[in-house]
Design a protein around this ligand. Structure first.
Ligand code: SF4
Length: 494
């Protein structure tokens, strides 16, 4: 049984990072490899902070883990040192805990009862425990192919090999269906491959999981755009069901700010994809921050990825801009009884490496040289308000504009939904106002036998939601093909 006073005996300890000078000079993951013994001992202490709450808010519900991860259960198993059973319980709800352990911002920690009060020392380091269980599972050979016992004789096409597509494919393959994953890129993984930098998750972590899927029987076809290289008619003829897991990669642009068309102003993904390709050995990136004054516009995850990438490429300077004011570094209202963990300042490891973050500022103009290349940004201090109709408006608060050097500007201001693709036209699927693909309560789109999951359905979101939707769509497809399904379905369509 968990120690209900464990959190009073042990303080929360974040995972240690490598020294800035080391990690900013390479592309390896930023966290220090402590070696198995020290890691296991530290993580067992962190797991011992869990109280095994009667109502574990971390585990599910509107604020907790979308996968319904059995967090108190595996915290207790780790505290006792039973890594094998902890691995079993973790994999019972999460196909890819090594991805979420590295990439998820951990809504479970925000929901943890211990995050209510600073006196409690902050939430259980759930993400750290999760990653350790996943890493131990691989080190000790506990992750093995799980092959289906019987074949259903039914064929499923999964379009897209990001986390949602891979989760759906693994679940459906294990249920006995013949699954083929189509990927338009030359390598598998979608955003995990070409969107997430190596310093957040090394690609060998993805590759070993892909090998497991292959060994279980999932088939993969790369460099194949369904709707073009495979026609919609061929898709319909060859497969009994189709899962769309095509992501939501249409980047939000800023077409209203003067100077947007200058050379050197790019969408974030135009920077990240070639940078990740370069790490895969595809040659120098088309957009390189080396020696440049880089300005990243947008304060979220993608902006931080551009920031860390620019640092490693050798930028002369890096500045990240955010229209919103800087959130407090820690809870400042002691009277509030409610959790504040998610609303404090989120600092990414990249921000410790170099550069500067500026808050409550907005770009007024991209200023170019005679050759038409951006050289400066005109900035003004702003306040974000709601107008009478509830729309967000940005109000300038300083009279003087400021000029910032900028040879490379990266727009990381969000995503607007699914990219245009012939496949959707061919299937007769129209996008919602949010640019996503809608579906019924059974995840089926307007096209019969065609299902959707992940960012394509939800809009750009967290890796944990992609996996949760992939698992749920697998349940729906399995039921569609066989009449019922025992596969788990942790979430419902939004
Ligand atoms: Fe443990 Fe926090 Fe979950 Fe409670 S809410 S069971 S303390 S991780």
């Amino acid at each position: 049984m968990a120690d209900p006073y464990g959190f009073l005996k042990h303080s929360r300890q974040e995972a240690k990072k490598r020294p800035v000078t080391d990690r900013a000079a390479d592309w390896d993951e930023v966290y220090l490899d402590l070696g198995p013994e020290a890691r296991d001992e530290q993580v067992r202490t962190q797991a011992a902070r869990c109280m095994d709450c009667g109502v574990p808010f971390c585990h599910s519900g509107s604020a907790g883990c979308p996968l319904g991860n059995l967090i108190p259960e595996w915290n207790e198993l780790v505290r006792r040192g039973d890594w094998e059973l902890a691995s079993d319980r973790l994999h019972a709800t999460n196909n890819f805990p090594e991805f979420t352990g590295r990439l998820c911002p951990a809504p479970c920690e925000a929901a943890c009862v211990l995050s209510i009060s600073h006196d409690a020392g902050g939430p259980v380091a759930i993400k750290r425990v999760e990653q350790a269980i996943a890493d131990v599972s691989w080190e000790q050979g506990l992750v093995r192919p799980t092959r289906a016992h019987v074949s259903s004789g039914r064929k499923v096409a999964v379009v897209g090999s990001g986390p949602a597509g891979l989760a759906a494919a693994q679940q459906l393959t294990r249920a006995g269906h013949e699954v083929t994953v189509f990927e338009r890129d030359d390598r598998l993984g979608g955003l995990l491959r070409y969107g997430i930098p190596e310093f957040k998750m090394e690609k060998k972590v993805l590759d070993r999981r892909l090998a497991q899927l292959r060994n279980e029987g999932t088939r993969f076809v790369t460099s194949c755009e369904v709707g073009v290289d495979v026609t919609v008619e061929q898709l319909r003829e060859r497969f009994d069901a189709v899962v769309l897991a095509v992501g939501a990669l249409r980047g939000r642009d800023d077409r209203t700010t003067p100077g947007r068309d200058l050379d050197g102003v790019h969408l974030a993904m135009d920077h990240l994809v070639p940078a990740n390709r370069a790490c895969e050995g595809d040659g120098p990136p088309a957009i390189d921050a080396a020696g440049k004054h880089v300005v990243v516009i947008g304060g979220g995850d993608t902006g931080a990825d551009c920031y860390g990438t620019a640092v490693r490429q050798g930028a002369a300077s890096v500045v990240q801009l955010d229209q919103y004011p800087m959130p407090p570094a820690k809870r400042d209202d002691e009277r509030s009884p409610w959790p504040v963990w998610p609303w404090i300042l989120r600092t990414y490891p990249a921000h410790e490496e170099a550069g500067e973050r500026r808050f409550a500022v907005a770009v007024e103009e991209f200023v170019g040289d005679e050759a038409g290349h951006v050289r400066q940004i005109k900035l003004r201090k702003v306040r974000v308000e709601r107008d009478a109709s509830g729309r967000r408006v940005v109000v300038p608060v300083s009279e003087e504009a400021e000029l910032l050097p900028a040879d490379l500007v990266l727009l990381a201001i969000g995503f607007e939904g699914v990219e245009h693709m012939p496949l959707l036209d061919g299937l007769g699927i129209r996008l919602t106002e949010r640019g996503t693909v809608s579906c019924g309560s059974d995840w089926q789109t307007q096209a019969p036998g065609v299902f959707v999951c992940g960012d394509a359905h939800r809009g750009a979101s967290l890796v944990v939601w992609a996996i949760a939707e992939g698992r749920s769509v697998a349940n729906a497809v399995d039921a569609h093909l066989t009449g019922s399904s025992d596969l788990p379905s942790p979430v419902i369509p939004n």
